[in-house]
Design a protein around this ligand. Structure first.
Ligand code: PLP
Length: 395
């Protein structure tokens, strides 16, 4: 890469260090996505750009498993999608049931409370999932529950919340089902229509393997009816889906300038997802997760998330007694160029979080990480790699 040093400021263009991103996001980005981002921008009302937006919406519907008309990328990261769902679906005083077993469930409850909702938290230990019975009890204890919200893939703990059946449960009590799919979309099965999910949002920098900056979102007709029936205006002008829909719909009314380059990137990332095929992509995430654990087990490492509920794309690993959690991460980053994540909240200092999301979930990456970990922990690198290979790596 050419370094340009300005005569005037004596400052050089920023050149990032080489990194293998195996943390909780952002994930690695395919070179085709980088190439797409660097193409010249055109106007956001240019017919060529509007055609691209139509294609992005169609490919997002396929990824979400939905035919929802209201399916679009919200400008902003995954948290913007979360904020958009709550802001559009809730009014002051509404009763909401939120599953809280990690950072992102906690964030959901916080967002809903700030909007003036009455939030009933259903908690579970970090690393565990929320029992469906507990969610049912909380809904039954409400006068008139408006929303049931859960996190599909709790990136802060590695726990995989079962979602099938929750749509029916919510609807039977008159509530809508909202699902945070920031980490799950394109990494494990997610079927918005078949599972009766009314509001679902994601982020681009996890299993879609795009840079951060957009939040794919989808809303059922039932959810959009709720928005249409609101008594009060949506408190956020920027995230008002009724206004945003004016741009995505046939009228093409200006609301805010679409982040053009990010949309080029998301379009290319979605092409890569559908070229591979969703099922093949899920399978790659599963195989590499299993292979990673086959290798980690030879190093005596153990998972933090409860058995039967371990995510494929985010692996939380208990730090062995006597090992310096932060020191190992620092050596991985500084000496090996590999980023993994720390634990958060009650898991801080107790776990590492290894992300195998999208382009990061590749055979070579699993082997490279196992080799480096074995060296830092004083284990047998060849044995760890062999175990992973025998388990079956993909991609
Ligand atoms: C990353 C993440 C978010 C927040 O996304 P940002 O892009 O950081 O705003 C929300 N929920 C889950 C489950 C996540 O993993």
């Amino acid at each position: 890469m050419q370094l340009i040093v300005s005569d005037k400021t004596q400052q050089a263009s920023f050149v990032p260090p080489d990194r293998l991103l195996l943390g909780p996001g952002p994930a690695m980005v395919h070179e085709r996505v980088y190439a797409a981002m660097s193409r010249p921008i055109i106007g956001h009302l240019d017919p060529a750009f509007l055609d691209l937006m139509d294609r992005v919406q169609g490919n997002l519907r396929r990824a979400f498993g939905t035919e929802n008309a209201m399916t679009l990328p919200v400008s902003g990261t995954g948290s913007a999608g979360m904020q958009a769902c709550f802001a559009n679906l809730l009014e002051v005083g509404d009763e909401v049931v939120v599953g809280v077993n990690g950072v992102f469930g906690t964030r959901m409850a916080d967002v809903a409370e700030r909007l003036g909702a009455r939030v009933r938290r259903v908690e579970a230990e970090w690393g565990e999932v929320i029992p469906v019975e507990a969610l049912a009890e909380a809904l039954a204890a409400c006068d008139s529950p408006r929303l049931l919200a859960v996190v599909h893939a709790e990136t802060s703990t590695g726990a995989w919340q079962p979602v099938q059946g929750l749509g029916q449960l919510a609807h039977d009590s008159g509530a809508l089902l909202m699902v945070d799919a920031v980490t799950s979309l394109a990494g494990c099965p997610l079927e918005v229509d078949a599972w009766e999910i009314d509001a679902c949002y994601s982020g681009t920098q996890k299993c879609l393997s795009c840079p951060p900056g957009l939040s794919p979102l989808t809303m059922s007709e039932r959810a959009m009816q709720r928005v249409a029936d609101r008594k009060s205006a949506v408190s956020s002008w920027y995230l008002d889906l009724g206004l945003i829909a004016g741009y995505f719909g046939s009228a093409r009314v200006y609301h805010h300038t679409a982040p053009i380059s990010m949309l080029y990137a998301l379009d290319e990332a979605l092409l890569l997802v559908h070229e591979e095929g969703l099922h093949a992509r899920w399978d790659r995430h599963r195989s590499n997760h299993e292979a990673l654990w086959a290798g980690l087990a030879t190093l005596g490492l153990e998972p933090a998330a409860s058995e039967g509920h371990r995510l494929w794309m985010l692996n939380s690993v208990l730090v062995p007694d006597g090992v310096d959690e932060a020191g190992l991460r620092r050596s991985l980053l500084e000496d090996n160029g590999i980023e993994i994540g720390p634990g958060l909240g009650p898991l801080a200092g107790r776990v590492w979080r290894i992300g195998l999301m999208g382009e990061s979930s590749r055979a070579a990456n699993v082997l490279r990480l196992l080799g480096a970990l074995a060296q830092l922990l004083g284990g047998d690198a060849a044995k760890a790699r062999r175990a992973a290979e025998q388990s079956g790596l993909q991609g």
